[in-house]
Unconditional design. Structure first.
Lengths: 131, 81
């Protein structure tokens, strides 16, 4: 089992976790157990060496601000919370282009975590994952 | 830009409220403690697009904000339709 500590300075904050693409490009995602799919910012995807024209296609996604259209990509290697996924499909959206500037770059959703047992301990500020 | 390691507190003084592309970042949990500055700008998109070509010689890179973000909208993905 691996333990990942997190901070929640206020009740307006979200749980942030580290992630990496190809083991090189480090970024931060919000852990979102209400999200069915993992979604990352298109600018970060481009930064990580992917060409945005190589999208697999579009999907409609329901968000708290209404329905948006995202692109889908297969990431060669996405790592987060000690879990490494190969050829993992992510949703990609231009958050910056839509006026959403944040200190994290997307959300890690249930499709990333669905093969693992994990526990979010809000009292200790820890995420434990059986790997 | 040279290969000098700069601590994050110093980055906030040098590049206040800018997005900074860092190579070989030192991290503690999800916080960036410092790194080698490869590029910086007020515009995160610019850092992503111009910075991409500056990372080839490094094994790890990240982008950090040297300030406190005033966040009005949160990313909220619910489900695929």
């Amino acid at each position: 089992m691996k333990i990942f500590p997190f901070d929640l300075p206020s009740n307006e904050d979200v749980i942030i976790v580290n992630a990496s693409i190809e083991g090189k490009f480090k970024f931060r995602l919000a852990l979102d157990t209400a999200a069915t799919h993992t979604t990352i910012d298109s600018n970060v995807l481009y930064f990580s060496g992917y060409e945005l024209k190589n999208s697999k296609g579009e999907k409609e996604v329901e968000t708290s601000n209404g329905i948006i259209v995202v692109e889908t990509f297969d990431i060669d290697q996405l790592e987060c919370l000690g879990i490494k996924k190969i050829n993992f499909e992510v949703q990609v959206y231009d958050f910056l282009g839509h006026g959403i500037t944040s200190d994290y770059d997307g959300v890690i959703g249930l499709n990333f975590l669905c093969e693992n047992k994990f526990c979010i301990d809000m009292l200790k500020g820890e995420i434990s994952i059986d790997i | 830009m040279d290969n000098t390691y700069i601590a994050f507190d110093e980055l906030k003084k040098l590049y206040p409220d800018e997005w900074v592309l860092l190579a070989d970042p030192e991290m503690k949990n999800t916080s960036v403690l410092g790194g080698v500055v490869l590029y910086h700008s007020k515009d995160k998109k610019e850092v992503c697009y111009i910075g991409r070509d500056k990372t080839a010689d490094y094994s790890t890179v990240t982008i950090a904000f040297a300030g406190d973000i005033k966040q009005h909208r949160k990313i909220g993905i619910l489900k695929r339709l």
